[in-house]
Ligand binder design. Structure first.
Ligand code: MLT
Ligand code: MN
Ligand code: ZN
Length: 306
């Protein structure tokens, strides 16, 4: 299974347009050891021909252009066989509107995420230019199914949606009660080899279901948004702690490095990294702690073969 990181940053990207935090200012000025990153999206393939996108960031156009595997192979063609949405956050879904050029799309999502994106959304009509432009396939928690293309052919990848502690997207907070289908992780298994990827780009905690999904996996991606709970307030950038945003921080006694220390996957990779996170600096103490624990930090263009 090939896993290609198209974008590795959290919402806003790195640097973020309105942010002058030490990381964003430093990467702009070239005074810190860090690399710019676009917003999180990953492409997965069993055969290297067709690809399944996990989330579609606002930077999808640039991300497709940056990876020849996603370029068209005919006058009208895309190797993108299907798209999977892990929640309704705009950094995961806005790119759908950029894929409006009258191309049939297969989108897997929970019913909650589908409704959150389509209901009352006049812009969604741009994906209803012709009947069948979007085929929604509804994900049910805990059911393994093969990801299929628009014509029904299998992709060679089996997927199971796993509840991940989360919340509705910010624009729907308070509009509906929280629900386990607001945010999912994925366990993706390649039919031909049995190789397995556990993908949790947003998770407010580590539950038994999350650990089960990671058990025996060859590669694990996990929420690397924040190093510390109070990262934003400490920088004067907002009042919310990481947990209030449904992101478990990496560091600290209750953080994900500690909570996932029993996970033995050969590749363990933090993704969806916020621009404030000190692990973005190649020479920070926090980065050294992540390295020492055997975790990697995702970068745009990184490719992992499981
Ligand atoms: C998040 O990951 O918490 C969201 O992407 C935040 C946002 O929508 O800006
Ligand atoms: Mn996000
Ligand atoms: Zn910043």
């Amino acid at each position: 299974m090939r896993v290609r990181v198209l974008g590795s940053a959290a919402g806003g990207g790195f640097p973020q347009w309105n942010c002058g935090c030490p990381n964003c200012a430093g990467v702009r000025a070239g005074t810190i050891r860090a690399t710019v990153r676009t917003q999180e999206s990953v492409a997965v393939s069993a055969d290297g021909e067709g690809w399944v996108l996990l989330n579609v960031s606002p930077e999808i156009r640039q991300q497709v252009e940056s990876f020849p595997g996603l370029h068209p192979r005919g006058p009208r063609h895309s190797p993108i066989d299907a798209i999977v949405l892990t929640n309704g956050d705009l950094d995961h879904t806005l790119g759908l509107l950029s894929l409006r050029e009258s191309h049939p799309l297969v989108i897997y999502a929970t019913e909650r995420v589908r409704l959150g994106f389509t209901e009352g959304n006049v812009l969604y009509r741009t994906l209803e230019r012709f009947p069948g432009q979007v085929t929604w396939r509804l994900l049910a928690l805990g059911r393994e199914e093969e990801i299929a293309r628009a014509d029904g052919a299998g992709t060679g990848l089996l997927m199971e949606a796993v509840p991940a502690p989360g919340k509705p997207p910010i624009h729907l907070e308070g509009a509906r009660p929280p629900d386990p289908e607001d945010s999912i992780g994925l366990r993706i298994r390649e039919v031909s080899t049995g190789r397995c990827l556990a993908y949790f780009a947003a998770a407010g905690g580590v539950t038994p279901a999350v650990l089960d999904a990671m058990a025996g996996a060859d590669g694990v991606f996990f929420d690397g948004t924040f190093w510390a709970s109070d990262e934003l307030p400490a920088l004067g950038l907002g009042s919310k702690r990481a947990e209030e945003m449904a992101h478990l921080p990496i560091g600290g006694a209750g953080g994900s490095l500690a909570a996932l220390r029993g996970v033995r996957a050969p590749r363990r990779i933090y993704i969806h990294i916020n621009n404030t996170n000190p692990i973005l600096r190649d020479d920070s103490a926090e980065r050294r702690a992540v390295d020492a624990a055997g975790w990697e930090v995702a970068q745009d263009g990184m490719e992992v073969t499981l």
